[in-house]
Design a protein around this ligand. Sequence first.
Ligand SMILES: Cc1cc2nc3c(=O)[nH]c(=O)nc-3n(C[C@H](O)[C@H](O)[C@H](O)COP(=O)(O)O)c2cc1C
Length: 203
Amino acid sequence: MTQPRKAEYDIAPIFTNRWSPRAFTGAAVDDETLYALFEAARWAPSANNAQPWRFIYARKDSASWPAVFGLLNENNQRWAANASVLIVLLSARTHVRPGSSEPSPLVSHSLDAGAAWASLAFQAYYAGLSAHAIGGFDRAKARIVLNVPEGYQVEVAIAVGKRADSSVLPRDLQEREWPTQRRPVNAFVAEGRFAFEDPGERG
Ligand SMILES: Cc1cc2nc3c(=O)[nH]c(=O)nc-3n(C[C@H](O)[C@H](O)[C@H](O)COP(=O)(O)O)c2cc1C
């Protein structure tokens, strides 16, 4: 077991209490609760208020589940099989500004979709659920299977469900079923100019 999460500064507890478990019960999530997750995402900020996020969801045991579940890599399928809902987050690469007829490219469509994902994850925690982002899935296949047009980027998959006891997991995943820690604030915040230890990109 790892140490409990401890904030260095005074923040709302939801920021340290939210984490990404892999053990889920598979219990159905009702429509009101599920759509409240998308409602939270709806209010995320975005450049030009373009709201480039798009969510495609599949409930466990529904007709749409096998196609979405089949996108996940094997390691993620081992635990996400017990999620209640799988979501694929897309972002629109262009946006037509009000009063214009020409779509303009969005440079921040992924950033904005990330803000929407975070809102969804915090709402899930608020509703007594957990959301776990999944980058390990076949994005090219998602484009085909989910009928995603070229102008949209396939960003991330998200498993949502009610947390279960870690004993439902394969043993190697049970050992990782704890909230992770974070680097200290001063490792990623600098005043005035770049002053970080990371090697970054050498140029
Ligand atoms: C974009 C993204 C992709 C991720 N991909 C995976 C994944 O493929 N499999 C997995 O088990 N966890 C995945 N995670 C979960 C992260 O490992 C996890 O969020 C991170 O370790 C921080 O832990 P916490 O969410 O529990 O605070 C992903 C998270 C993000 C944001």
